[in-house]
Design a binder for this molecule. Structure first.
Ligand SMILES: Nc1ncnc2c1ncn2[C@@H]1O[C@H](COP(=O)(O)OP(=O)(O)OP(=O)(O)O)[C@@H](O)[C@H]1O
Ligand code: SF4
Ligand SMILES: [Mg+2]
Length: 364
């Protein structure tokens, strides 16, 4: 909650639609003067210092939470960011929102380099970029009624001066998120988990954002409620043209909601392509292991399938392996893999992979 408060007090849609060829999904097209991607991340790094000592603190090492990643997101697109726990997904989202200061790299939003802006200069951009967190219970102030929670960002950004109009806007936002206007008078603890997450979404929408980071936004919910919230996010994308970075460890959810996916491993993107290509034709050995680990609901098929999990533990980002960070666990590793960091190359049109061996080992 502290982060959200910081964000809000960080002070505190145009264009047509076209069909994205690969996914046949509706993607909002850039309007006049909106050429180029909505968001462009270039060489982003976030290293956290590891310190020792109580009185005299000294830096003994660094956690390379994000280690030089680049990607773009088009207007109206939903981009998935997946990977095992600790691979740097949340840190990436926080750096984009400037809730963490990147160690290196740039984040361009509509061509504006957010990394160079100070707190005051960030104010007009804050309302365009919003976030929905995993746990609505801890991200909503328990002492505030829902109406107050939603109206707060409207007041902070001085979007609607008139009190009556503010109330009407709160009712409208609740309605957009499938809640009745009467919910404005409740406290978060008087709601179910699904309703609380709808309040979190309504609050994110209050500033008319163009881009929302959804960080494990449905992970804490029951499967049936998850489906409802995912449908809501999809409807909002279609109605309001919102662009999402959807962070999740749940590949089935990502498959349903996202048009493109980036797979992260130990702070780096190892594969990035359309959702269809990723699930039909994964190229990176890590992605293949990740996809093979998705349980199949039919116990007979599940019992028959041949699946070898990745060997060993995920190494610590404090002592990431040299060269390709996946080499200690990779079934295709060769001697050179521990020496050179493989660049993220476009091996097939729109399909980027960070592995030197995939061309040599055709994937069946
Ligand atoms: N403020 C911090 N100080 C030091 N290390 C941090 C900090 N925040 C994150 N880390 C470390 O950075 C790495 C990446 O963390 P991050 O939360 O981004 O991972 P994640 O992919 O979101 O994981 P999860 O799926 O569990 O949410 C982890 O090793 C984590 O311990
Ligand atoms: S570069 Fe080498 S270790 Fe890394 S994924 Fe490819 S084969 Fe495996
Ligand atoms: Mg996280």
């Amino acid at each position: 909650m502290q982060r959200l408060l910081e964000y809000e007090s960080g002070c505190g849609l145009a264009g047509g639609w076209f069909m994205n060829g690969d996914t046949a999904a509706m993607v909002k097209k850039a309007g006049p003067g909106e050429d180029g991607p909505l968001l462009e991340v270039r060489g982003l790094k976030k290293y956290f210092p590891v310190t020792e000592g109580i009185i005299r603190r000294r830096i003994i090492s660094q956690v390379k939470a994000v280690d030089g990643i680049s990607f773009t997101i088009e207007t109206g697109e939903t981009m998935g960011l997946v990977g095992e726990s600790g691979c740097g997904k949340t840190t990436t989202g926080l750096c984009i929102l400037k809730l963490e200061t990147p160690t290196a790299g740039t984040v361009l939003f509509r061509g504006e380099d957010l990394s160079t802006l100070n707190t005051r200069q960030m104010v007009p951009w804050r309302r365009k970029l919003q976030v929905i967190f995993q746990d609505p219970f801890s991200s909503l102030n328990p002492r505030m009624k829902v109406g107050r929670i939603i109206v707060d960002p409207i007041r902070v950004h001085r979007l609607i001066p008139d009190n009556h109009k503010q109330e009407a806007r709160v009712a409208e936002l609740l309605g957009l998120c499938g809640l009745s206007p009467g919910m404005a008078d409740r406290y978060p603890h008087e709601m179910s988990g699904g309703q609380r997450q709808r309040v979190g979404i309504a609050r994110a929408l209050a500033t008319n954002p163009e881009f929302i980071v959804c960080d494990e936004a449905v992970s804490a919910l029951d499967v049936s409620i998850q489906a409802q919230i995912i449908n809501l996010l999809e409807d909002l994308r279609d109605q309001l043209g919102i662009t999402y970075l959807f962070i999740s460890h749940d590949l089935s959810v990502v498959r349903h909601l996202c048009q493109r996916v980036a797979v992260m491993y130990l702070g780096r993107i190892v594969e990035m392509t359309t959702t269809e290509k990723l699930f039909k034709d994964p190229l990176h050995p890590y992605t293949r292991i990740l996809l093979a680990a998705i349980p199949i609901p039919d116990p007979d098929i599940e019992a028959q399938r041949d699946f070898t999990p990745a060997q060993g533990e995920i190494p610590s980002p404090m002592a990431a392996p040299s060269g390709c960070v996946f080499h200690p666990r990779c079934p295709l590793a060769v001697a050179g893999c521990s020496r050179e960091r493989p660049p993220l190359r476009e091996l097939r049109p729109g399909h980027h992979v960070a592995c030197t061996q995939v061309e040599l080992n055709p994937i069946s």
